[in-house]
Design a protein. Structure first.
Length: 76
């Protein structure tokens, strides 16, 4: 995608928002606090890479983990 999407750096809806989820990559479980569209390009000179980033707050508190929204699944 070239250019800036209309919802760049803004929170977007997600079906698991405020629900208990697991990050597939790390196995971390917590509450999905937000999903934000962010540019993950390594430097401004590179082509933009807009992705949905999920923020998970671990159960019991602590620092939120960020991961690709595609790596989030509901916990049983």
């Amino acid at each position: 995608m070239i250019g800036t999407p209309a919802d760049a750096n803004c929170e977007v809806p997600h079906r698991l928002l405020r629900k208990s989820v697991r990050d597939i990559g790390s196995g971390t479980e917590g509450t999905l606090m937000a999903v934000v569209v962010e540019n993950t390009a390594a430097a401004p000179a590179y082509e933009d890479r807009w992705v949905e980033i999920a923020y998970i707050r671990p159960h019991g508190g602590g620092f939120e983990l960020s991961t690709a929204a595609a790596n989030v699944e509901p916990t049983s």
